[in-house]
Design a binder for this molecule. Structure first.
Ligand code: ADP
Length: 226
């Protein structure tokens, strides 16, 4: 599904140049559940934006679904990403002016889904994540755990092949965090590929593979003991 070959990403700010990712080789197969770990500043977020086609590398190759997207324009990347990649974030990123159902429906924009189908898919997804009774509420009227479940519903409603999660339990208490981790395991068991950035060794251990970064390089790439 994803293959990074000798991939480098450098940020330039005035005089200073930071190599956020340094000659990364990484292949992610469909169906995997990969945890990305490492100290702050080691390149985790940069790697996740590369996998999310939110940015392109300065060097090397970045293959997604059989295409090398290095050098593609933002518009081309947007088109390729749409419906194929879902995102969830630490701070949920829900839009307060919209209801829960409208937030989830947003992910179906530009996807050629009829109004009826939109309603059906949004309702089914909210139901699956146990927040159907909150469909008409605003995000701030929900608990953190419920907001993250809505964000997961939004990420999944278009049935993406790949789900990217950036510290998805970072703003949740232990019980809600564990609940989100249970949902992610289920989503992966149902066939969605997941790549998750996490600081929690316990959560990383729930993935089937751990990639540990240090200073923009892969330090460890190991399958989880079964
Ligand atoms: P992590 O997610 O592991 O904390 P990041 O991927 O955010 O690490 O950052 C990797 C390195 O790249 C850090 O040194 C960071 O300061 C730098 N960096 C990240 N984004 C930018 C940016 N937009 N401009 C300049 N430097 C950046």
């Amino acid at each position: 599904m994803f293959m990074l070959v000798n991939m480098t990403k450098t940020y330039r700010g005035g005089e200073v140049q930071t190599t956020a990712l340094d000659r990364i080789d990484l292949t992610i197969a469909a169906g995997e559940y990969v945890a990305i770990t490492g100290p702050s500043g080691c390149g985790k977020s940069t790697l996740l934006s590369m996998l999310g086609l939110l940015d392109t590398p300065d060097g090397g190759e970045c293959w997604f679904d059989g295409r090398n997207v290095a050098g593609w324009s933002e518009a081309q990347l947007n088109r390729l990403r749409r419906g194929r990649i879902g995102f969830i974030f630490q701070n949920f990123n829900l839009i307060e002016e919209l209801t829960v159902a409208e937030n989830v429906a947003l992910a179906l924009d530009y996807l050629n889904v009829s109004a009826t189908q939109r309603k059906v898919r949004v309702a089914a997804m909210l139901d699956q994540l146990g927040v159907a009774h909150r469909a008409g509420h605003r995000p701030s009227q929900l608990s953190g755990g419920q907001q993250q479940r809505v964000a997961i519903a939004r990420a999944l409603v278009a049935s993406p092949a790949l789900l990217l999660a950036d510290e998805p339990t970072g703003n949740l208490d232990t019980a809600h965090g564990d609940e989100v981790m249970r949902i992610l395991r289920q989503i992966n068991a149902d066939g969605t590929t997941i790549v998750m950035v996490t600081h929690s060794p316990a959560h990383a251990a729930q993935a089937s593979r751990t990639v540990r970064l240090l200073d923009g390089r892969i330090l460890i790439d190991a399958l989880q003991p079964a």
